[in-house]
Design a protein around this ligand. Structure first.
Ligand code: 3BY
Ligand code: FES
Ligand code: FE
Length: 424
């Protein structure tokens, strides 16, 4: 029985789709986007529909689901999602929506269960999504097997879990293979979350990403981060000095000897990985530049590994040092509201209070996140004005922002052009 699943109402976004596609076709490349991209609820709805429910999204780390029954939840636009560890280490993802009358099943951010039991009328699902038990008598014809949880595509690599709500998610295996290769020395099955922060920024998700993709603002904004970070990460960068090139050459030779991957790789504009030196002599993104955890990650033998930076559009950037890693996840909550989740990872057998102090470990990025939150919120406030007009990005300092905005614009436009909305 195929019940009517989609709305029989006209697509309320039909006009917005055309207008948004026009704005994208007419935008000035290397300029910030027109105002509606940052504050209009209809463009936000299209971002959810065509980017966040079509792309692969970073949701969490495999170490957060250490055993069978461990789960985590996330909210993608209107869609609650559950990711759960099942039998034989398998990771499953489902819409967190009961097949009885649609109640959300798991209400906590994370937890551990034997079965997935709906809190409303106790329909009970196996960890692989099969409906096992439907409470009161549903009648002789009731087919349990037709009422399993709706699956969501899920893949994991290098300790990262990605989900996609798309029926046909985009190809990503080339990036995932590289992620596995680059993170092998960190032994991501052998890590744990030492600290976590969740902040809600009053800014559109693209302002959060744009802010992250440049360090033009770093000198004015990030004293703690600049104890360790070098603001550019590529010897092709027009700002690269002879001293920087020298440092990179020395460090790359060191990493080569240690057999840790370092070469810059990218997969279109969606993914980018590169190992980049921190300030000479600095080992980690801590207040004093010394390792924040006494035990190195995985099989690493030197703390002097710079930072392995990993970008995944639309919603993650990451720093992997020798002693700890910091992973970032961005989820849009509304046209002008974004959740930024940060997790600090250390090796699993590192002891809190002995090998690391979580308060110390998180200091640099707590400060940096709060500074970036203020910058994104002020950016949003100005953009909301009648005086805002798209302004020019610097090709020297803001090429990362240009790349992000190009990726976003090309991706959204291709989807708007591809699917003429026909609901009937
Ligand atoms: O370190 C980061 O994650 C980004 C990249 C450069 C500046 N920004 C803080
Ligand atoms: Fe889940 Fe009724 S809505 S059991
Ligand atoms: Fe910043």
């Amino acid at each position: 029985m195929d019940l009517i699943a989609t709305s029989a109402l006209d697509d309320p976004l039909a006009a917005a789709r055309d207008a948004t596609a026009d704005m994208l076709r007419q935008r000035w490349r290397t300029y910030s986007l027109p105002q509606p991209f940052y504050n209009d609820p209809r463009v936000f709805a299209l971002d959810i529909q065509e980017i966040f429910t079509q792309e692969w999204l970073f949701v969490g780390m495999t170490c957060e689901l250490p055993a069978k029954g461990n789960y985590l939840t996330a909210q993608i636009g209107d869609n609650p999602i559950i990711v759960v560890r099942g039998d034989q280490g398998a990771i499953h993802a489902f819409h967190n929506v009961c097949r009885h009358r649609g109640s959300r099943l798991c209400t906590q951010e994370k937890g551990k269960v034997a079965k997935l039991v709906c809190p409303y009328h106790q329909w009970t699902y196996e960890l692989d999504g099969r409906l096992l038990f439907a409470g009161q008598d549903m009648g002789e014809d009731f087919d349990l097997s037709a009422h399993g949880l709706k699956p969501v595509a899920v893949k994991s690599a290098g300790g990262f879990i990605f989900i996609s709500l798309a029926e046909q998610p985009p190809a990503i295996d080339d990036f995932l293979a590289t992620l596995d290769e680059y993170l092998a020395p960190y032994e991501m099955d052998n890590v744990k979350v030492a600290a976590e922060s969740n902040i809600v920024e009053q800014a559109n998700w693209k302002l959060v990403l744009e802010n992250n993709r440049e360090c033009y603002h770093c000198n004015g904004a990030h004293p703690e981060l600049l104890n360790s970070l070098i603001e550019f990460d590529d010897t092709d960068d027009p700002r690269a000095t002879p001293a920087y090139r020298d440092l990179v050459a020395r460090q790359q030779a060191h990493w080569e000897r240690l057999q840790v991957p370092w070469a810059l790789k990218h997969f279109g504009k969606r993914n980018r990985l590169t190992r980049t030196p921190m300030i000479d002599g600095v080992m980690s993104m801590t207040m004093d530049g010394k390792p924040g955890c006494g035990k190195l990650m995985g099989s690493l033998t030197s703390p002097d590994l710079g930072s392995l930076r990993i970008l995944h559009l639309p919603n993650s950037w990451n720093h992997f040092m020798g002693d700890h890693a910091v992973v970032f996840r961005v989820l849009p909550l509304g046209p002008q509201q974004t959740l930024v989740t940060t997790k600090w990872l250390v090796r699993r057998d590192a002891q809190e209070g002995v090998d690391y102090d979580p308060q110390w470990l998180r200091k640099v990025w707590d400060a940096t996140n709060d500074q970036d939150r203020q910058l994104a919120e002020e950016n949003q406030r100005g953009i909301n004005s009648i005086a805002y007009q798209p302004g020019p990005y610097s090709e020297t300092y803001e090429f990362g922002v240009i790349d992000f905005v190009d990726w976003y614009s090309e991706t959204l436009l291709s989807r708007l052009d591809a699917e003429a909305p026909s609901l009937h």
